[in-house]
Write a protein that binds this ligand. Structure first.
Ligand code: ADP
Length: 249
């Protein structure tokens, strides 16, 4: 694995559940500024890998470097403040708070570290304006006063991205951003991810391969907890091993 311009590097990453290796000796190198997908058939270890990268799970072995720091032993909340942020789950948005209030809470929690707190005082823009600005970025400005619970599924995901952006991520990790979405929501959320990826790095777990094809610069294919191959969509999708993995081979 080269670390040249990689912002997130996993080496020999493994996770054992009982006697089962869900992730087995995975090397991953996420290039700064890229949109990088983890794909693979069901049970390949994508979610486990994602949870290891976001420090939601601790690895059985291996190391993770983020932006030049070894974060293997760090807590999720601390790496989030450093700028490695996973999308908040929908269940983590407050259903009876408005879209605006949800983003305000996310902004306030991002000021939880001393550094960010002092930085926030220097900001000219008050909290409400910053929250509104984020809602505008995700296309929710006209729904600022709507309770999260009353938003459509697609708009909830957009709100989730706004609360993630509130943390000012260098690397934003999205777990199946289009899962459960109807066709009408997929296009706007894909466009939103493309837009928010400017100036940062995005790692996504995504089942919808046509989204991966249009959105992602690099793709890592997992199978049986191991890296099967990595490359551009054109490269991995023409790889016989990938085709047979998806056919259940
Ligand atoms: P994917 O996201 O690619 O579908 P997962 O990472 O969810 O794959 O799961 C990989 C394998 O690890 C699966 O066989 C799953 O059953 C197993 N697994 C995941 N989480 C646990 C857990 N907490 N305990 C035991 N086995 C698990």
């Amino acid at each position: 694995t080269t670390t040249g311009d990689s912002v997130l590097v996993a080496r020999g990453l493994s996770k054992r559940f009982g006697g089962f290796m869900a992730v087995n000796n995975v090397d991953l190198s996420i290039r700064r500024g890229s949109i990088h997908a983890l794909i693979g058939p069901n049970g390949a270890g994508k979610t486990t890998c994602f949870n290891l990268l976001t420090k939601t799970l601790s690895p059985t072995s291996g190391t993770i470097d983020f932006d030049g720091h070894d974060i293997t032993q760090m807590r999720a909340a601390d790496v989030a403040r450093m700028g490695l942020v996973r999308s908040f789950q929908i269940s983590a948005t407050f259903p009876h708070m408005t879209a605006l209030e949800n983003v305000r809470v996310a902004l306030q929690s991002s000021y939880g570290s001393t550094y960010r707190f002092w930085n926030s005082l220097k900001r000219v823009e008050p909290l409400n304006e910053r929250a509104m600005h984020l809602l505008e970025r995700v296309g929710l400005a006209n729904m600022a006063k709507v309770e999260a619970a009353d938003l459509s599924y697609g708009k909830k995901r957009a709100l989730e991205i706004a609360t993630t952006l509130a943390m000012e991520p260098k690397v934003m990790l999205l777990d199946e951003p289009t899962a459960g979405m109807g066709h009408e929501d997929i296009e706007p959320i894909t466009e939103l991810i493309r837009e928010t990826a400017k100036g940062r790095t995005v790692v996504i777990v995504e089942h919808n391969l046509s989204i991966v094809a249009t959105l992602c610069d690099r793709i890592t294919v997992l199978q049986h907890g191991e890296v099967l191959t990595e490359g551009t969509y054109a490269e991995v999708s023409s790889d016989e091993r990938v085709i047979s993995a998806y056919m259940g081979g």
